[in-house]
Design a protein around this ligand. Structure first.
Ligand code: SF4
Length: 275
């Protein structure tokens, strides 16, 4: 299987451009901004320069499509890890038009469009009432406030597959009034990693896991992130953060050691492709 992405839940990552502006608390430690600072070419903020790419970059997904079609499989393509497809700027209009063309030329790829600006998704996409089967629309939801703002917005878009990325998860989520049966097909959850990471209470992830099981929504637990739950007595002795509930203590183990098991289990579910 071809794979150019380190992200667990996708085969490939494609960025139509680099650069973005922060919109909500989940953006506080934006890893894309840190990466762009290291490699250059893109700036963050509404007035920052975006980095654009040439034909060779735009031809990559055509190769993945050919490979998938030949193998008789579907590849998931995460778009975008270094930008937000629905950022509203005049210089992105042409690039976004190139993306829609590319998506129509690659029917063996499922395109996962993840945005923190779902209010723009319907208006900036060319699909009207007839979204293609190979476009999945997702929005980021870090806490209840942003769940209430963003979930109704993606529910209003007639995408064939809709998903939530609850990463970094910054608070408990009660989705019962927000996700009507069948409206959300996939939930990804994860904690924050890197400098300044905010710990994720295990009870918040359990809440999502149990909600998904009850509603028959595919659930993917990506990672604990920098902070791991301290469950044993010796681990609790090393804990340096305890939530107000006093039940959940956390250790700053780092992403690699924290792992991605929740109550001893991995959760790697995906929704069925609509195609
Ligand atoms: S929307 Fe995504 S890419 Fe843009 S600043 Fe926020 S976290 Fe970074």
């Amino acid at each position: 299987m071809g794979k150019n992405s380190h992200i667990e839940w996708t085969h490939h990552t494609f960025n139509p451009w680099w650069g973005c502006a922060k919109v909500s608390p989940a953006c506080k430690h934006c890893y894309a901004e840190a990466l762009a600072r290291r490699f250059g070419g893109a700036e963050w903020g509404t007035r920052g320069a975006r980095r654009f790419f040439g034909d060779a970059h735009w031809a990559e997904p055509l190769k993945w499509n050919k490979e998938a079609a030949t193998a008789g499989v579907r590849y998931r393509v995460f778009c975008a890890s270094m930008a937000d497809v629905y950022e509203d700027r005049a210089d992105l209009v042409t690039e976004r038009a190139k993306l829609w063309k590319l998506i129509s030329q690659t029917p063996a790829l499922d395109w996962l469009l993840l945005t923190k600006r779902p209010e723009n998704a319907q208006r900036m996409s060319p699909y009207g009432a007839d979204w293609p089967e190979n476009v999945w629309l997702g929005t980021s939801v870090e806490d209840q406030e942003w769940a209430e703002k963003r979930i109704p917005l993606i529910n209003a878009v007639p995408a064939k597959v809709r998903f939530l990325s609850c990463e970094p998860l910054l608070g408990p989520l009660d989705l019962s009034a927000l996700s009507k049966k069948g409206s959300i097909h996939w939930i990804i959850a994860g904690g924050e990693s890197g400098p300044g990471s905010r710990p994720m209470n295990p009870s918040w992830v359990r809440g999502l896991r149990d909600y998904c099981a009850k509603q028959k929504i595919a659930f993917h637990f990506k990672q604990w992130g920098h902070w791991a739950p301290a469950t044993s007595k010796s681990a609790r002795a090393q804990a340096s953060f305890t939530f107000e509930d006093e039940e959940h203590a956390m250790r700053p183990l780092g992403k690699a050691l924290s792992g991605r098991k929740l109550d001893g289990q991995t959760h790697d579910d995906f929704p069925a492709s609509a195609a």
